[in-house]
Design a binder for this molecule. Structure first.
Ligand SMILES: Cc1cc2nc3c(=O)[nH]c(=O)nc-3n(C[C@H](O)[C@H](O)[C@H](O)COP(=O)(O)O)c2cc1C
Length: 193
């Protein structure tokens, strides 16, 4: 039913494509909606479906850029504060077509261990990343800026046990991507027969 060769190639050719590589052409919302739909098919222990996403695009990106700047200002000691770095906080966001905030919503009863919930969200992100690859759209997962800061939690109105896990940057790019590299899988696997 599926073509294993295409699947293998899609997985191996998924790359991190960074905002500085984006060409400014907007990605159709319909493609982002398909990425989100595929995220929703991630595996989930206990069917908690803990992934939540906030999609920024158009003028919405300015609100996220404001958050990044405020986060930098409030978390940088006066002696290392750099106005250039402050200005740069907006750059990656505004170079993107869409930026998707990645959130883990903790189950009220906390029955499923947190590590499993984070794992489920990571599966959802990989689904989005592979979908983007299939559409030749650039994406990358960043854990920078306000990801692990209280400014991020407050902005997204998260509960104490919820987690902001980063941002998926999305944009169109031109040309070919560099091939990825990995150390051999054989070095990371033991078979027991
Ligand atoms: C959970 C997670 C967080 C990441 N955070 C960052 C980040 O903050 N900055 C960055 O440049 N890349 C980040 N990356 C992307 C990795 O750097 C990238 O996946 C790695 O270099 C391998 O390249 P590839 O994705 O093209 O195979 C992150 C990836 C993952 C899975």
């Amino acid at each position: 039913m599926y073509n294993p060769t295409d699947t293998n190639s899609l997985i191996a050719n998924r790359r991190s494509v960074y905002p500085k590589q984006y060409n400014g052409t907007p990605v159709a919302d319909a493609i982002v909606e398909q990425m989100l739909e595929n995220a929703n098919w991630a595996p989930t222990h206990g069917r908690t479906e803990p992934w939540r996403f906030v999609v920024f695009t158009g003028t919405g990106l300015e609100q996220l850029a404001d958050l990044f700047q405020r986060n930098y200002k409030e978390n940088t000691p006066a002696e290392s504060y750099d106005e250039g770095k402050y200005e740069k906080q907006r750059e990656s966001i505004l170079q993107s077509s869409h930026v998707i905030a990645i959130i883990m919503k903790r189950q009220e009863i906390e029955k499923i261990p947190e590590v499993e919930e984070v794992s489920a969200v990571a599966c959802a992100v990989q689904n989005m990343w592979l979908t983007a690859t299939a559409y030749s759209i650039g994406t990358y997962w960043s854990t920078g800026g306000p990801t692990f800061k209280h400014q991020g939690k407050a902005f997204f109105n998260l509960g104490e046990k919820d987690k902001l896990l980063g941002f998926l940057y999305v944009g169109n790019y031109d040309g070919d991507l560099l091939a990825g590299t990995r150390k051999p899988i054989a070095d990371k696997v033991q078979w027991v027969k």
